[in-house]
Design a protein around this ligand. Sequence first.
Ligand SMILES: C[S@@+](CC[C@H](N)C(=O)[O-])C[C@H]1O[C@@H](n2cnc3c(N)ncnc32)[C@H](O)[C@@H]1O
Length: 189
Amino acid sequence: MEMELYANKNNVPIIGHDASRTLIEVVQAKQPLFILEIGAAIGYSAILLASQAPQARLITIEKDRERAKEAETFISQAGLKERVSLLAGDAGEILPKLNGPFDFVFIDAAKGQYLDYLTKILDKLQPGAVVVADNVLFRGMVENNIVPRRFRTIIRRLKAYLEFVETSGRFETAVLPIGDGLAISYFKG
Ligand SMILES: C[S@@+](CC[C@H](N)C(=O)[O-])C[C@H]1O[C@@H](n2cnc3c(N)ncnc32)[C@H](O)[C@@H]1O
């Protein structure tokens, strides 16, 4: 609650209520051991994920230094410092340096980079891993033919992400119209 108020007051985008309910159900069912989150903001969803998977270690990445500091504080206050590591910096640069294998990934950073992030971690996913991506329907625009010019690149790239997880043969994917759209992908290997 304190974090929700902080996020609201400081205009920090955190996962919405409905999407977070689904994320919790998926992580509870999966009980992963090694979670990767891309886009920590102030650590709200990292804390949710780590709390619901008590055996898991979690790495989360945040490029905004101020938010990363806040996330460190909230993660510490939640008593999760031992299991949750925050990496401050650009996920595009950090991901190639990580060791997996991850069995749960939550993608919630730059919407135009989802496919790039996924490509960079494909060889670090354990078969059976679950990859959840938030905001994939982007205010309904991904399924709409009329998209304002300033959003065209983001929408094109979100469509490319969805096409990859739906047609590459590497994943089974469900796209749920929950919140701003959640793609839940099961990695076949
Ligand atoms: C929607 S917020 C994340 C919210 C968080 N997952 C939650 O629900 O509590 C997206 C965050 O991704 C960060 N971000 C954007 N591009 C990034 C990148 N390339 N690398 C790391 N973080 C990035 C932004 O600074 C922002 O704080």
